[in-house]
Ligand binder design. Structure first.
Ligand code: HEC
Length: 127
């Protein structure tokens, strides 16, 4: 039993380490094709209804929402790591739900790579 506990701890530590490195890894925002694909396949389908086509937080689904989705048109003061965490884990007690596997509904998950590319898209909304 003790041994089992030990190996579980090792697996948990390894997992959290890979998660931590996932936060550091950034997407190549200059890869326009990759960014466009994620914009079309993920942002438009999963994010636009609240965050809006232009990232101004005025998507049709955001009507009357409190707190409302923020506008990214003037940028965001959040770091990539902050944005990544919110995309994956959501923002507590708000309509922003997490998209990580195990958090999002089955079949709706956003991969770690795509989450990083979504950060490029969010930053690109800045005028
Ligand atoms: C049902 C509406 C809804 C959907 C769909 C949604 N969001 Fe959100 N999002 C919100 C709300 C509301 C907030 C503000 C939460 C708060 O104030 O803590 C938010 C906040 C955020 C933030 C924090 C931004 C900041 O600058 O503070 C990020 C990043 C984000 N969303 C990304 C996404 C991405 C990426 C998707 C699609 C995969 C998505 N959201 C889908 C409603 C939504």
């Amino acid at each position: 039993m003790k041994r089992l506990k030990k190996s579980i701890t090792i697996v948990a530590v390894a997992l959290s380490m890979s998660l931590a490195t996932g936060i550091v890894a950034a997407a190549d925002c200059d890869d326009e094709d990759a960014v466009k694909t994620v914009q079309k396949k993920i942002y438009k389908k999963k994010c636009k209804k609240c965050h809006g086509k232009k990232g101004n937080g005025k998507g049709p689904g955001a009507k009357g929402m409190d707190p409302a989705p923020p506008s990214w048109v003037a940028g965001t003061d959040k770091s990539d790591a902050d944005l990544y965490k919110i995309i994956m884990e959501g923002s507590k007690d708000t309509e922003m739900k997490g998209w990580a596997a195990g958090t999002a509904k089955k079949g709706k998950e956003v991969s770690e790579d795509d989450a990083h590319t979504l950060i490029c898209i969010i930053r690109n909304f800045k005028k």
